[in-house]
Design a protein around this ligand. Structure first.
Ligand SMILES: Cc1cc2nc3c(=O)[nH]c(=O)nc-3n(C[C@H](O)[C@H](O)[C@H](O)COP(=O)(O)OP(=O)(O)OC[C@H]3O[C@@H](n4cnc5c(N)ncnc54)[C@H](O)[C@@H]3O)c2cc1C
Length: 389
C-alpha cells in the first residue's frame, strides 16, 4: 500500500467533523468521507454540557455555536400528573464558575454547520460527500478504503465515525448486538409562540412518571421548543431517527399527563414529529485493530438519557488528536486512546441506562439530587484538553 500521512475519517457527523478539526489544529492532513449526498443533521436539539463546550472552545467553534444557543438557567424535574417540582439544579453563573464552562441548548443543524464550516475553512476540499464506505483493508504501512461509488482512498490511519451501525466496526470484527429497550421515543420541534407565555421559559424540564418521561427545552435563542417523549412499547424493529409520526400518537401515549406536557405535544406541527425505537448495546472492551479505530457512537453508542453521546464523541476527538501527538507509532497511539476512553465512555453507557430507569418511576428528591451531583462530578468537570492520558 502507498505510504502517505492522510488520516481517513469515515462519517461527517458531530464526531467525524470534531475529529477533523482537532487533527487539522495539530497540523495533520485529513480526508472525511460521508455517505449522504450532502452534509446535514437532523432538525432537533442537543444539550451541550461544560465538558462539550470546553472541547468546542478548544476547537475554535464555541463562539459560532453560542450565536444560536440558549442558556437554560436550570433543570427542573416535575411530577407527571401534578407538575410538582421534585428537584431543581442550577445551571446559571455558579454552575459555569464551578465547571469553568457553560451549559447550552442548541439546534443540531447549527452546531454541525459550525463544525463543517471550520473544517472547510482549513481545507476546502477535504470533505467528500456521497462516499459510502463498503469495505476496507490494511497492511503494515496503511489502510485502503473502498466506497460504493467505486472510489478507493488510502491513508495512514482510518477512524470509523460512522455512527451506531458502523461498517468500520463490523470490518474490524466487532459484532455488538443491539437490544430493543422496550422504549419508543418521539421528538418534536415547534415555534415557541405556539405555547402560552408560562411555557416559554428557557429551563430544561424533565417530567417523570411511571413507564414514561418527557424532556423539554428551548433552542435557537429561545425561539423553538424541542422535546423528547419516551414511553414503554412492546415491539419495534427500526433503529433510526427519521420515521415520521402522527402527533396523535404521543398525545395518546401521554394521556393523563399534566396539561403543560400535553399542550406542547398538541402544538407540534403535523410534519414536526419523528419517532424511533431506543436500542441499547453493552460497552466494548476494545475498538482498535492495526491502523483502524472507532470514535463516537460507532465505539460507544448510548441511550440519550444523560445527553452525553455527542459530548463523548467531542471528547474522543481531542483525546485521539493528543494521543497521535504523543506516540510516534500508530499502535501505541491507539492503545493510549483506548486506555484513556474505554472506562469513561463505558461508565457513561451504563449510567445512561440507569438514568432512563430513574426518570420512569417516581424517584425521591434525594435520588434525583444525587444523580445530578454525580453527573457534575464525573461528567462536567472532565477536561479532554488537559486530562492526563
Ligand atoms: C433523542 C436523542 C437526544 C440526544 N441528545 C443529546 C444531547 O443532548 N447531548 C449529547 O451530547 N448527545 C445527545 N445525543 C447523542 C448524539 O446525538 C450522538 O451521540 C452523536 O450525534 C453521535 O455522533 P457521531 O458522529 O458519532 O455519529 P452520527 O451523528 O450518527 O454520524 C455518523 C455519520 O456517519 C455517516 N455514515 C454512516 N455510515 C457510513 C458509511 N458507510 N460511509 C460513510 N459515511 C457513513 C452518517 O451518514 C453520519 O453522517 C442524543 C441522541 C438522541 C437519540
Amino acid at each position: 500500500m502507498t505510504k502517505n500521512n492522510v488520516i481517513m475519517i469515515i462519517g461527517a457527523g458531530i464526531g467525524g467533523l470534531a475529529l477533523a478539526l482537532a487533527l487539522q489544529k495539530r497540523g495533520r492532513k485529513v480526508a472525511v468521507y460521508e455517505r449522504a449526498p450532502e452534509l446535514g443533521e437532523v432538525g432537533a436539539g442537543v444539550m451541550l454540557t461544560p465538558n462539550s463546550n470546553r472541547v468546542l472552545e478548544h476547537l475554535g467553534v464555541l463562539a459560532e455555536v453560542e450565536k444560536g444557543a440558549t442558556s437554560p438557567g436550570q433543570t427542573q424535574v416535575r411530577h407527571f400528573e401534578t407538575g410538582a417540582e421534585m428537584s431543581t439544579t442550577d445551571l446559571g453563573d455558579a454552575f459555569k464558575k464551578r465547571y469553568g464552562s457553560p451549559y447550552y441548548d442548541v439546534h443540531r443543524v447549527h452546531m454541525h454547520a459550525a463544525l463543517h464550516q471550520a473544517v472547510r475553512a482549513n481545507d476546502s476540499g477535504c470533505i467528500h460527500v456521497a462516499h459510502d464506505l463498503i469495505d476496507l483493508s490494511q497492511d503494515a504501512h496503511g489502510v485502503r478504503a473502498m466506497f460504493a461509488n467505486g472510489a478507493v482512498a488510502e491513508g495512514s490511519l482510518l477512524v470509523g465515525c460512522d455512527g451506531v451501525r458502523s461498517v468500520v466496526k463490523g470490518n474490524i470484527g466487532i459484532d455488538d448486538a443491539a437490544r430493543f429497550t422496550g422504549n419508543l421515543a418521539w421528538r418534536g420541534l415547534l415555534p415557541i409562540e405556539a405555547l402560552p407565555p408560562h411555557q416559554r421559559g428557557p429551563a430544561i424540564t424533565i417530567w417523570t412518571g411511571p413507564g414514561r418521561h418527557f424532556v423539554e427545552y428551548t433552542i435557537k435563542n429561545g425561539t423553538m421548543k424541542n422535546y423528547v417523549a419516551i414511553a414503554n412499547h412492546d415491539t419495534w424493529t427500526e433503529e433510526g431517527w427519521s420515521t415520521r409520526a402522527k402527533v396523535a400518537d404521543p398525545l395518546h401515549a401521554f394521556t393523563g399527563w399534566h396539561e403543560d406536557v400535553r399542550a406542547i405535544i398538541a402544538a407540534t406541527p403535523a410534519d414536526g414529529c419523528i419517532k424511533w425505537g431506543l436500542f441499547d448495546r453493552d460497552p466494548l472492551d476494545w475498538w482498535s485493530k492495526g491502523r483502524v479505530t472507532l470514535l463516537g457512537d460507532a465505539a460507544h453508542p448510548m441511550l440519550p438519557f444523560m445527553a452525553q453521546g455527542a459530548a463523548m464523541a467531542l471528547e474522543d476527538a481531542v483525546i485521539l488528536g493528543r494521543c497521535l501527538d504523543i506516540d510516534t507509532s500508530v499502535d501505541d497511539a491507539l492503545a493510549r486512546y483506548e486506555r484513556a476512553r474505554l472506562e469513561r465512555t463505558g461508565w457513561c453507557q451504563l449510567q445512561s441506562r440507569e438514568a432512563g430507569k430513574l426518570f420512569q418511576r417516581i424517584a425521591s428528591r434525594g435520588e434525583l439530587d444525587g444523580d445530578r451531583a454525580e453527573r457534575g462530578r464525573r461528567l462536567y468537570a472532565y477536561d479532554a484538553v488537559t486530562v492526563d492520558i
